[in-house]
Design a protein around this ligand. Structure first.
Ligand SMILES: C[S@@+](CC[C@H](N)C(=O)[O-])C[C@H]1O[C@@H](n2cnc3c(N)ncnc32)[C@H](O)[C@@H]1O
Length: 258
C-alpha cells in the first residue's frame, strides 16, 4: 500500500509543470479510485450481452457520491447499477394485463429495466431518475430502442425525485431496484398507501434487491404476491456481483368506492 501511494505521488508530481503537490494528487484520484475499486463489482463493468445485442450502454457501477444532483434526496441514493434483464423479466411476468398498465421505474438509471419493460407491451414505460448524467444516458438508450423497435411503447425519462413524482393514472407496475435508503422508501410506501385511498386502480410493486421489504410488508392493503430469490439467465452469469437477487412483489388492491 505504501509503495502504491509513493507511486501515486511520483506520478502526480511528474505530470505537473509547476508541482503543487496537493492539487496534483487530487487530480489523480479517479485513477486511484479505479485501482482500489472493490473487485466484487467487476462483473458490472463487463459489457453485458444485453447491451451487445441492443447496441446500448446500460452497464457499469456509479457510487452514490458520484450521483449528486443537488436535490434534497441526494443523501439517500444507494448507487447505480442495472438490474439483470433476466431477473426483470421473471418479475414482469407476474404483472397481469400489461396492455392497460403503465410501467414506472423509480430510479431508472441508464434505463435497462425500462428497455426490458418495452418487451412486454405496457401501455406506458416511464423512468424517473435523479442524476442528470444518468438521465442523458437513459435517453440515448431509449432512442436506440425506439429506432430498433418502433412498434414498442416509447420510453419516457423524467429527471427528478422519484418520491415526489406524480404517478400516471390507472393500473401501475412500479419497479424498484434498491434505489434509495430506508427514509425515502418509507416515504414512498406512505405515498402509495395514500394513493390507494384516493384512486381505485390496481398497483403492483416489484422490488428487486428488496433490502427494505419489511416496510411494504407492514402496510395494510399491500398483499404479498411473491417473496424469494430470482435468478438471472444462465448467459448473464458473471455480469453482476450476484447471479440472483432477493425480490418481492406486492399488489395494492384498490379500495372499492361503492
Ligand atoms: C440500483 S440503480 C437501478 C437502475 C435501474 N432501475 C435498473 O434496474 O436498471 C438505482 C438508481 O436510482 C437512482 N435514484 C436514487 N434515489 C433517487 C431518487 N430519490 N429519485 C430518483 N432516482 C433516484 C440512482 O441515481 C440510481 O440510478
Amino acid at each position: 500500500m505504501i509503495s502504491l501511494v509513493n507511486w501515486f505521488v511520483r506520478r502526480a508530481v511528474s505530470t505537473e509543470k509547476t508541482p503543487r503537490l496537493h492539487i496534483a494528487i487530487l487530480r489523480q484520484l479517479p485513477l486511484l479510485r479505479r485501482l482500489l475499486r472493490d473487485r466484487s463489482l467487476d462483473g458490472w463493468f463487463r459489457r453485458h450481452p444485453f447491451d451487445m445485442r441492443h447496441g446500448t450502454d446500460t452497464g457499469g457501477y456509479v457510487a452514490a457520491r458520484d450521483l449528486r444532483s443537488g436535490e434534497a434526496s441526494d443523501p439517500y441514493i444507494t448507487g447505480y447499477a442495472g438490474c439483470s434483464p433476466g431477473i426483470v423479466r421473471r418479475m414482469l411476468e407476474q404483472v397481469p394485463s400489461p396492455a392497460t398498465t403503465s410501467f414506472v421505474d423509480l430510479g431508472c438509471g441508464k434505463g435497462r429495466a425500462l428497455i426490458v419493460a418495452t418487451e412486454f407491451g405496457f401501455r406506458k414505460v416511464v423512468g424517473v431518475e435523479l442524476s442528470p448524467d444518468l438521465c442523458q444516458a437513459a435517453r440515448a438508450n431509449a432512442e436506440i430502442i425506439a429506432t430498433r423497435f418502433p412498434e414498442r411503447a416509447g420510453i419516457e425519462i423524467v429527471q427528478g425525485d422519484a418520491v415526489a413524482f406524480t404517478l400516471p393514472a390507472g393500473p401501475l407496475a412500479i419497479f424498484l431496484y434498491h434505489p434509495f435508503h430506508r427514509v425515502l422508501m418509507q416515504r414512498l410506501a406512505e405515498r402509495l398507501a395514500a394513493m390507494r385511498l384516493a384512486e381505485a386502480c390496481a398497483v403492483h410493486i416489484l422490488y428487486c434487491n428488496a433490502v427494505f421489504a419489511d416496510i411494504f410488508d407492514r402496510v395494510p392493503g399491500f398483499e404479498p404476491v411473491f417473496a424469494g430469490t430470482v435468478a438471472c439467465d444462465p448467459a448473464e452469469r458473471g455480469y453482476a456481483p450476484a447471479d440472483e437477487e432477493p425480490a418481492a412483489i406486492w399488489r395494492i388492491a384498490p379500495i372499492s368506492k361503492s
